[in-house]
Design a protein. Structure first.
Lengths: 289, 281
């Protein structure tokens, strides 16, 4: 009897939230794949026609899809290691008793809490050809947003600049969790700071490095707002990434089926990458003694 | 006494400070440039050489953004959406978290697993089916369409974070209330929620900022200019007035100010929330 009342109470607490969650998250998850199998029609009264895997096949023969994939991978491959290394470096510098520590942490974190819209427009302004601050400071006249790789570089710099604070805060929390006795023991043994870091701190925060890396890879593949607002995929689709291309197919060309297929492929890639990394990080490396 | 003979410890601290300052300049310079531009008249925005401290500083961009360009209204829309989302998402996820933390019931593992799936799927993958759903629910072009989907989108992470916090509250406290005849709702409302203020503050802050800054969903479902929130209003404004950078950045500063304020006041909750290792800002 008491058991049944417990269950009823639990369901009562769960119901409002979970029903909403099921409606706006679970149901769309189930629908996402289904839509990708159709030539989806949004107009009322028009039937959607079944295409099977045609939308996926179409992507594989679409040169812009491949270019978007390469651009996305470029962004991920550039921003992830730089954010890990610089975030860790700043965290190590901050991991000591020193003046203005809280202030520094706040300043590095500032870009993280600022909206993507604002910082994207800001970087577009900074990298303008005429009158842009970057060209002026470096004394050049580069048309940053006019061609593929310079534009991708601008977006990657933005990604790094905005993300360092995030990895820094997480690394800092992890470094502060490294047992003080271990560091002192290494110091007594006469190890230099770099050797101490390699031998004590780095192995101790290894799971956190793995976590940050996985999250940054996922985030890198999901790059959207910065490209959308800085180049909008241009010039001539040269800087499309998967999500901007998906967005254009769905909400400019109203080709929801193809858009759904593109986003489903992105999700598969992200899942596969995450699983592969978890494997890689789980294997203990033989180098760290 | 020259720097050379400073004790080694102090030299290391000095080196740290120099490196950190150099990095901090790179972090802050773009913001300084944004603020500087927002106080410049249009004619001087692209002036060469650029001035960091404008000679003819003016607040015209701020008054222009707030009044004639309706950013006051967009600000209000953003406040309404973010507040409603935060209240409903925190409340609903606290209830769910309480059920998962304190009750044993059939389907518990399954339901929690479903929440975790919602946590892992990239939100952009759901954009198309969510758009079609919102269309069928007549939620396109409405503030409610933002609130409902933002709330639903925040439930999984909030529930996940709150559940682990609730689980650490000692059972004895609740048992004492049971002896006094208090039912589950009273225990949740009078005991669990008051004891969890720090955790509730953390999830509330992240939910608030997430909905304050959200761009893609709002861009996708809102057409009516009077219903715009700040992020889409700023982006669309820039698209239409490509050279009015002073106005764009005045509007941006207006949009960023509350975020900086919240961040400055609640820095501790930010860091503790991040350190639990599940939040990507």
């Amino acid at each position: 009897m008491r058991r049944r009342r417990e269950t009823l109470w639990a369901y009562a607490f769960l119901a409002p939230g979970f029903l909403l969650f099921a409606l706006v998250i679970l149901y769309p998850i189930a629908r996402a794949f289904q839509i990708s199998l159709y030539n989806w029609s949004i107009a009322p009264g028009q039937a959607s026609t079944w295409l099977g895997l045609h939308n996926y096949n179409r992507a594989l023969h679409d040169p812009i899809f491949w270019r978007a994939l390469v651009n996305t991978a470029f962004y991920m491959a550039v921003t992830t290691p730089v954010q890990v290394v610089l975030g860790l470096a700043v965290a190590v510098l901050l991991d000591a008793r020193m003046p203005a520590r809280g202030l520094f942490r706040a300043l590095y974190y500032l870009p993280v809490v600022t909206s993507w819209v604002v910082v994207s427009l800001l970087f577009r302004y900074l990298f303008m050809t005429d009158g842009g601050l970057v060209n002026w400071l470096t004394g050049q006249h580069v048309d940053w947003l006019g061609s593929r790789w310079t534009a991708m570089t601008v977006v990657s710099i933005l990604g790094v600049w905005k993300g360092i604070g995030w990895s820094m805060v997480i690394f800092l929390a992890a470094l502060q969790g490294v047992p003080q006795e271990l560091k002192e023991a290494a110091m007594v043994d006469g190890a230099r700071p770099w050797a101490r870091f390699r031998a004590v701190s780095l192995p101790a925060i290894r799971p956190v490095v793995a976590f940050v890396t996985v999250m940054l890879v996922i985030g890198g593949f999901n790059v959207f707002t910065s490209i959308f607002l800085i180049t909008n995929g241009g010039p001539l689709d040269e800087t499309q990434v998967l999500l901007t291309y998906m967005y254009r197919q769905a909400f400019t060309f109203l080709d929801f089926g193809y858009g759904a297929a593109l986003s489903f492929m992105l999700t598969l890639i992200v899942f596969a990458m995450s699983l592969a990394q978890l494997r890689l990080f789980r294997r203990p490396s033989g180098r760290t003694a | 006494m020259s720097a050379y003979v400073l004790p080694r410890r102090q030299r290391v601290v000095a080196l740290r400070l120099v490196l950190l300052t150099a990095g901090a300049v790179v972090m802050v310079l773009p913001f300084a440039w944004m603020l500087s531009t927002s106080f410049k008249p249009d004619s001087l925005v692209l002036q060469v050489p650029p001035q960091l401290l404008p000679h003819h500083a003016t607040t015209a961009n701020y008054t222009g953004a707030w009044t004639s360009n309706e950013f006051g209204r967009y600000f209000l829309n953003s406040v309404i959406v973010a507040v409603l989302t935060t209240v409903s998402a925190v409340f609903l996820s606290a209830m769910m978290a309480y059920a998962f933390a304190r009750f044993v019931f059939p389907g518990r593992t399954l339901l929690f697993g479903l929440l975790l799936i919602g946590l892992m799927v990239p939100t952009m993958m759901l954009l198309i089916p969510q758009f079609l759903l919102a269309k069928n629910l007549l939620l396109l072009n409405s503030i409610w369409g933002l609130v409902v989907f933002y709330t639903g989108g925040n439930l999984a992470l909030n529930t996940f974070l709150l559940r682990s916090f609730f689980a650490d509250i000692p059972h004895e406290l609740e048992e004492a209330m049971v002896v006094d005849g208090a039912g589950p709702w009273k225990r949740f409302w009078r005991l669990i929620l008051p004891l969890s203020r720090p955790a509730l503050a953390t999830v509330a802050i992240f939910t608030f900022l997430g909905s304050w800054d959200e761009f893609v969903w709002a861009l996708t479902i809102i057409n009516d200019p009077s219903k715009r929130t700040l992020p889409i209003a700023i982006a669309l404004f820039q698209g239409q007035h490509a050279t009015s950078w002073g106005l764009v950045f005045a509007a941006s500063a207006i949009a960023v100010a509350p975020v900086i304020l919240v961040f400055a006041v609640f820095q501790r909750q930010f860091v503790s929330g991040l350190a639990t290792g599940a939040v990507k800002g």
